[in-house]
Design a protein around this ligand. Structure first.
Ligand SMILES: NC(=O)c1ccc[n+]([C@@H]2O[C@H](COP(=O)([O-])OP(=O)(O)OC[C@H]3O[C@@H](n4cnc5c(N)ncnc54)[C@H](OP(=O)(O)O)[C@@H]3O)[C@@H](O)[C@H]2O)c1
Length: 280
């Protein structure tokens, strides 16, 4: 397997550019074993990162990660979790993180994000994040579902500490290339691309299938390789299926050519104007 690419956060820390998403895990009791097994499989084959949130299965996804990590090396995994906006007051942020740590059965979250903008003042959430960082409960912090205006507002308050902005980005939803991606590159803040497979339907696109055939790869691997070749970009495909977890990991071996990229731009044109942020 190729080396896992990484990105550098403004704090100077590095984070893997590829990981496993866990949204919708923990929603159905009957799927718990399969989901835990898929996470454990991801760890065993070398996924270096897992993305989760207190929202996912209302904490059950975090518990599934703890189950999967049992008997495995916690330090080999970069853990990302998120605070609900309604919990993101000064003290609420700290308390929410402590509950996540308990469910994850660990003493540290590598990167802790505000899930989306809510009613609490940014300054209060930032203060909560700072306290968590000082206490060694998180290493880095950041945001999610922020557009460029939100990013500018946050960056004016956080002393340059924003580690990432996690946003919806894939071949079928390229709107952030217009203004958000250039702004984040300029400020050296990596983009975490969520829904990198557009939650599935994208994979039936004829152009993806054609390019996949050229590479002896799958459409999912092409969609992920397109993201991973971009500077400062992180992809976190979710699957609760062992075979797909392996398939998605295989994207790290795919090298797209200039001809592939031209075909992809034709099928999925980059944005020509500002659009509102896509959210799932
Ligand atoms: N910050 C936010 O607001 C936010 C929002 C959405 C997502 N996220 C994060 O980003 C992660 C990924 O996004 P996502 O879950 O929305 O969507 P995604 O990763 O684009 O797609 C996941 C869907 O695609 C299926 N799938 C996965 N691999 C496949 C493959 N190789 N072939 C065919 N189908 C495949 C999965 O089904 P199976 O599980 O059955 O394989 C699942 O239904 C989330 O899990 C979460 O961690 C964050």
């Amino acid at each position: 397997m190729s080396a896992i690419p990484s990105v550098t956060l403004p704090s100077g820390a590095t984070m893997p550019a590829f990981g496993l998403g866990t949204w919708r895990m923990g929603n159905e009791r009957g799927r718990r074993k399969q989901e835990t097994d898929a996470i454990a499989h991801a760890i065993d084959i070398g996924y270096p990162m897992i993305d989760t949130a207190e929202m996912y299965g209302e904490g059950v996804a975090e518990e599934a990660i703890a189950d999967a990590l049992r008997g495995r090396k916690r330090d080999a995994i970069y853990l990302v979790s998120k605070v609900y906006p309604h919990n993101a007051s000064k003290l609420g942020t700290v308390a929410a993180c402590e509950r996540s740590l308990k469910r994850l059965k660990t003493d540290r979250i590598d990167l802790y994000l505000l899930h989306w903008r809510g009613q609490h003042a940014f300054a209060d959430t930032i203060e909560g994040f700072e306290r968590l960082r000082r206490d060694g409960k998180i290493n880095d912090c950041g945001v999610s579902n922020f557009d460029r205006d939100d990013m500018e507002e946050w960056a004016a308050l956080d002393g340059g500490r924003c580690g990432t902005n996690q946003v919806m980005y894939n071949l079928a939803r390229r709107g952030i290339e217009y203004d958000l991606v250039p702004w984040q590159r300029q400020h050296r803040i990596p983009v975490m691309a969520y829904s990198p497979l557009d939650q599935g339907p994208l994979l039936r696109h004829a152009t993806l299938k054609t390019i996949a055939e050229r590479h002896g790869a799958t459409p999912a691997q092409i969609a992920l390789a397109w993201l991973l070749r971009q500077e400062g970009m992180v992809a976190i495909p979710k699957s609760a299926d062992r075979a797909r977890v392996s398939e998605n990991f295989g994207a790290l071996k795919v090298r797209l050519t200039e001809a592939d990229l031209t075909d992809l731009d034709r099928a999925f044109p980059p944005p020509k104007r500002k659009t509102s942020l896509a959210m799932s």
